[in-house]
Design a protein around this ligand. Structure first.
Ligand code: AKG
Length: 258
């Protein structure tokens, strides 16, 4: 039976999908107010040109920079289909240069993710000081900047508990977005995950879902509002940063738990 809430969600989707079916693109870093109105408060994904602030990193550079420093990564991801929810079991410490070399054959089996950030601050923070200017609506707070480093990695469909700014440094990622207004069709479990994993076209048709693809190229960032579902496929070797310290409230968790 359709509930009152379902009816409202369906109604909002019908109206808002007009704006949710496109992604707002900013040619240059927008000023605070326009970003607030057009993206943050509007709950609207946005692509932002960050080419002027993006450093010229690549894997050989990172390998030389990190050298043999111990680094925590996700390993043996292929050992379980549920590698996202099991990520705490997959933590593995190894020399950073060996990790980078191993990515050629390991691919999605190994991935340095935001889940590993806390353990890697000593290695990653010096690197972050090479970043150019942050947009005015994002604090330059390295405690809330997370590195993702991998090769042909895949992150299954989920949503985050904060607004996220995904800043692509090198390589390209395909990011598939689904409006949170379709949440009833997403087969959620453990709060933020969807059983759909990688949302391919067949699954989208079977579940009456509409998605929007962004090919995130180096030097561009994607703003993903809290609650928007996404799955991510990297094309070859990639490095990306997620930044979450916006100048406006960004803790959906607090509101959710009230
Ligand atoms: O890049 C990825 O593999 C996943 C990134 C992501 O899902 C996130 O930052 O929320």
């Amino acid at each position: 039976m359709t509930s009152y809430a379902d009816t409202w969600l369906a109604w909002y989707y019908k109206v808002l999908s007009r704006s949710h079916s496109f992604v707002y693109t900013c040619e240059t870093a927008p000023e605070n107010l326009s970003f607030l109105v057009d993206a943050y408060a509007a709950h609207q994904p946005a692509v932002i040109d960050m080419r002027n602030s993006t450093p010229e990193w690549n894997m050989p550079y990172l390998k030389a920079k990190f050298a043999g420093a111990p680094i925590e990564v996700q390993a043996r991801r292929n050992s379980t289909p549920d590698f996202e929810t099991q990520s705490h079991m997959l933590r593995h410490v190894m020399p950073a240069d060996a990790f980078i070399d191993s990515l050629i054959s390991a691919k999605n089996d190994r991935y340095l993710t935001a889940q590993n950030a806390r353990a890697n601050r000593h290695v990653v923070d010096p690197l972050l000081s090479e970043l150019g200017n942050f947009p005015s609506y994002l604090n330059r707070n390295f405690d809330r900047v997370f590195l993702w480093l991998g090769n042909d990695s895949m992150t299954p469909l989920h949503h985050d508990m904060t607004n996220n700014f995904l800043w692509q440094i090198f390589g390209t990622k395909l990011i598939r977005l689904v409006s949170p207004l379709l949440i009833r069709r997403l087969q959620c479990y453990s709060g933020v995950h969807s059983t759909l994993g990688w949302l391919d076209e067949q699954k989208a048709i079977a579940n009456n879902l509409v998605f929007r693809d962004i090919m995130l190229a180096p030097g561009y960032a994607l703003f993903i509002p809290v609650g928007w579902f996404h799955c991510v496929q990297s094309v070859g070797h990639t490095a990306m940063l997620t930044c979450t310290d916006f100048v406006w409230p960004n803790s959906w968790n607090e509101i959710h738990l009230q």
